[in-house]
Design a protein around this ligand. Structure first.
Ligand SMILES: Cc1cc2nc3c(=O)[nH]c(=O)nc-3n(C[C@H](O)[C@H](O)[C@H](O)COP(=O)(O)O)c2cc1C
Length: 227
């Protein structure tokens, strides 16, 4: 399998990337898969100019000659795409959103209406074989009212992908929290194994991965310096 990981954390020691790396250990235990990990912050990817030049050429590439075209080539050739990123202002970090915006060369101007009435652009090729997984970490202890807009955006853009939204992820880089972080990393590894077999995650597995590491009240008290 070809696996493309789009890491949207700008940090060297990313909480979310630790989860994704644990997941990959389970998914690719014997290095049998071709895995491309892109640290988007290190790439030269300009924001979309909105020129629709890609819809004139229709070759699956952007008219801006930067690193996005390499991503588009890998995107098309991948079996699995993992979007791994921290939640920023209830959405994706802006440098990763630029990557998402610039997948527009993968669709045509032509619009199609789906049976449920929604309107979409027709895909440039058949991308139905691509399995998308979203792994998102965040700093709040809750996910209600925090991940809602991101969930909706990913559902619409990626066609109902598997999504794992993990609260309290800064605990992953707190040495004193290793006692609760290590079991979560182990659960991610196991989830990677499951995904390797089924190319999806069960509701039960997702619930296990999204379970807060410590109760919200304790987390908030610690963040607030014990107050
Ligand atoms: C600009 C910015 C916006 C953020 N917005 C949110 C947010 O809307 N909700 C939330 O729970 N955490 C938010 N956070 C916290 C990060 O999601 C959290 O620190 C995460 O663990 C960072 O993951 P990383 O280490 O993988 O980059 C924000 C952080 C930054 C820097």
């Amino acid at each position: 399998m070809r696996i493309l990981v789009l890491n949207g954390s700008p940090k060297k020691k990313s909480d979310t990337k630790r989860l994704t790396e644990a997941f990959l250990k389970g998914l690719n235990p014997a290095d049998e898969h071709e895995v491309h990990v892109f640290d988007i912050i290190e790439k030269n990817i300009a924001p979309c100019r909105g020129c629709f030049g890609c819809w004139q050429k229709l070759d699956g590439h952007c008219v801006i000659d930067d690193d996005q075209n390499e991503i588009l080539d890998l995107y098309r050739a991948s079996d699995v795409i993992i979007w791994s990123f921290p939640l920023y202002c209830y959405g994706m970090p802006s440098h990763l959103k630029a990557v998402l915006d610039r997948t527009i060369p993968l669709v045509k101007m032509k619009m199609v209406q789906l049976p449920d009435g929604t309107v979409r652009h027709e895909a440039l090729a058949d991308f139905s074989k691509i399995h998308t997984l979203v792994i998102c970490g965040c700093g709040f202890p809750n996910w209600e009212g925090n991940f809602d807009s991101l969930r909706m955006q990913c559902k619409t853009c990626f066609g109902d992908p598997d999504m794992v939204c993990v609260p309290e992820t800064p605990l992953l880089n707190v040495p004193a929290a290793a006692i609760v972080a290590a079991p979560l990393l182990e659960r991610f590894k196991k989830a990677g194994e499951e995904y390797g077999k089924t190319l999806t995650l069960s509701k039960e597995t997702i619930a296990e991965l999204e379970r807060p590491m410590i109760p919200a009240e304790d987390y908030i008290r610690n963040v607030n310096g014990g107050q």
